[in-house]
Design a protein around this ligand. Structure first.
Ligand code: F6R
Length: 617
């Protein structure tokens, strides 16, 4: 939600800001704006709509050469996505201060009433503008910008990353964060701020993750960090482990297409160094927990949202089957507010690509208050989730820019498998032979995913052929069930058509009434060799819906010829373990949604109403 970038240094500031915003646009694309200070004069440009509108505005009304500035790309919360509500917002009657904000200022109404009573004029309907006026007013009174900034940060409630420049202090960007992300990029004679490292990775790989309730004083040759109470804070750098090209399309028509194709590498990178050639999983990431403590875990609660929650559903099947620990999967926002039962022997596992999803952060904070240990599966170095969890299993999927998650999901699922096998070993829940065989199967996944991708045209052609479909249903059992829900979610979010995923066995309990002549249904068919014998049951489900007019596309294991007789089309994926099949089955569904959305002429990377990182509750 909202991307933020700040810069102080010798480079052409507008270019640095626009370049940073381009990489952050996935966070929100309702409007964009920049502010620079040049020759002691504050200048801003802002425009509703995508970043390209701002670029046109700047081309028509160029900004002066500057060495300091801030930029923002918005996902609207308070106030419609108009030019007037776009950030930056100006503060004070003389309008010498510009401010950008990511998050929600929950007590803005009361602060606005105070300012209105004093005669302040507001130019927007946003919650943000109050902060700009309050800081400008406090600075006029004290003449100390940092103190004025800190005093206002202490008055704000809610979630915010705020960046400010002031034309009377043209060498400094001030920044603060509470419950919203902020990372510093350390350069040589220049420094950067960003909502994430994508904002500045083309300029520097040295980064610092800013902590909760901290203020940054950023100058070209110095960076200082303070608590909201003014106490200096020591910080440690980390090195960004992906380069700028990883966040560009690299010749693909969309980021989503590129990220689907990235999956063999993303999975291989996530497995690297963690699964030995003999199949043993060595997950140093969770060493914080002794074998003894792992044995004491009596329940795992997985918290996540959206696609990440489907990774959690798959992990549940793996952990329960292999490690024999009871698992429940909860949407983070439901978990937090229903007084759940959590004890010291509960392990809470949070799954999040961004590591900044506010619902998930609130869930883990609550779990920690109740005494649980929190592990995270996260794709973003320096993210709040990673900082606040007891242990982090990083997925190494690289930056995921398309709003619809693809490679992050399959990497999360793989991380879940590794955790399940590590827990199985610690608890002695499986024979060593069986465990090592699964570990070796994991190592085959990148090659199997490449095989699926080599035949992806079939799924894409089916997607294109269904461009006029009004609704598509998805069915699956076992791990195929969350994959069915993921297939439906992909279609809703990027193709804007009605889609639903069902547990195939549930159909006869109601949803089968939806089936009418010509209804497309995609069915995830389990392996015919599966020990749980689900295959014949799903084949029966297919027959039930075909008898009522459904047109079936089946995703089935290579060699499963029985299915061909009952489906209009069959997409075959390589044979693997029945639980690991989730990773292979989901890929044709991603390609189907991508092709269908493209055929409808939609923006696959930036679907309407959405943002990549949901940093409000
Ligand atoms: C859908 C999608 C979302 C995210 C969800 C959680 O394609 O990307 O459903 O999975 O918003 O985001 P993270 O993983 O960043 O917590």
């Amino acid at each position: 939600m909202c991307g933020i970038v700040g810069y102080v240094g010798p480079k052409a500031t507008v270019d640095v800001l626009i370049g940073g915003l381009r990489r952050l646009e996935y966070r929100g694309y309702d409007s964009a704006g920049v502010a620079v200070v040049a020759d002691g004069q504050l200048e801003t440009r802002k425009k509703a709509g995508k970043l390209v509108n701002l670029e046109h505005e700047i081309a028509e009304h160029p900004l002066p050469k500057a060495h300091i500035g801030i930029g923002h790309t918005r996902w609207a919360t308070h106030g419609a996505p108009t030019d007037g509500n776009a950030h930056p917002h100006l503060g004070g009657p003389a309008q010498k201060l510009a401010l950008i904000h990511n998050g929600i200022i929950e007590n803005f109404a009361e602060l606005k009433a105070e300012l209105l009573a004093e005669g302040t004029n507001f130019a927007s309907e946003t919650d943000t503008e109050v902060a700009a006026h309050l800081i400008a007013r406090a600075f006029e009174q004290s003449g100390d910008l940092k103190a004025a900034f800190a005093s206002v940060m202490n008055r704000l409630h809610g979630a915010f990353t705020i960046l400010v420049v002031h034309q009377d202090q043209p060498d400094v960007v001030l920044a603060a964060r509470r419950n919203a992300p902020l990372v510093i990029g350390l350069g040589d004679g220049e420094n950067f701020l960003g909502s994430d490292v994508a904002a500045f990775v083309e300029h520097t790989k040295r980064a610092v993750s800013v902590g909760q309730d901290e203020i940054v004083v950023l100058k070209a040759d110095s960076v200082e960090v303070f608590g909201f109470d003014g106490t200096p804070v020591n910080f440690t750098e980390f090195e960004v482990n992906w380069d700028a090209s990883a966040a560009s399309k690299g010749g693909w028509p969309s980021f989503m297409a590129k990220e689907i194709a990235d999956q063999p590498q993303a999975i291989a990178d996530t497995l690297m160094g963690r699964v030995r050639a003999d199949g043993r999983v060595v997950l140093d990431d969770i060493q914080q927990m002794s074998t003894e403590q792992i044995r004491e875990i009596d329940r795992i609660i997985i918290v996540a949202c959206g696609t990440a929650s489907y990774a959690g559903d798959v992990a549940k099947y793996a952990i329960e089957k292999w490690a024999r620990i009871p698992v429940q999967v909860e949407l983070s926002h439901e978990f937090r507010y229903r007084n759940p039962i959590v004890t010291q022997n509960t392990l809470v596992l949070a799954i999040s690509q961004s590591g900044e999803t506010m619902d998930t952060l609130m869930a883990i904070r609550y779990a920690q208050e109740l005494g649980a240990k929190v592990f995270a599966i996260c794709n973003t170095q320096g993210a709040t989730l990673a900082r606040e969890s007891d242990a982090v299993i990083y997925t190494h999927a690289g930056p995921e820019v398309a709003v619809a998650s693809t490679k992050a999901l399959t990497s999360q699922i793989v991380a879940g498998y590794m955790l399940a096998l590590a827990l199985a070993e610690a608890r002695g829940a499986m024979t060593e032979d069986a465990r090592l065989a699964l570990g070796r199967e994991l190592l085959q996944l990148p090659a199997s995913v490449s095989e699926v991708l080599a035949n992806i045209d079939q799924a894409s052609a089916l997607g294109t052929a269904h461009a006029n479909a009004k609704s598509v249903l998805f069915l699956g059992r076992n791990v195929g069930y969350p994959i069915a829900m993921e297939g439906a979610l992909k279609l809703k979010e990027i193709a804007y058509i009605h889609a639903e995923g069902f547990a195939a066995g549930e159909l006869k309990h109601g949803p089968i009434a939806l089936i009418e002549e010509g209804q497309p249904v995609i069915v995830i068919v389990p392996s015919p060799n599966d020990v749980d014998s689900l295959h014949p049951k799903v084949v029966s489900n297919i027959q039930e819906i075909r008898a009522r007019g459904a047109k079936v596309i089946a995703i089935a294991e290579a060699g499963d010829e029985t299915v061909s007789q009952y489906a209009e089309s069959v997409i075959f994926v390589p044979k693997t373990d029945s639980i690991m099949a989730a990773v292979l089955d989901v890929i044709p569904l991603q390609a189907f949604a991508l092709a269908l959305s493209t055929a409808k002429g939609l923006d696959v990377d930036q679907p309407r109403n959405l943002a990549k990182s949901v940093t409000v509750e």
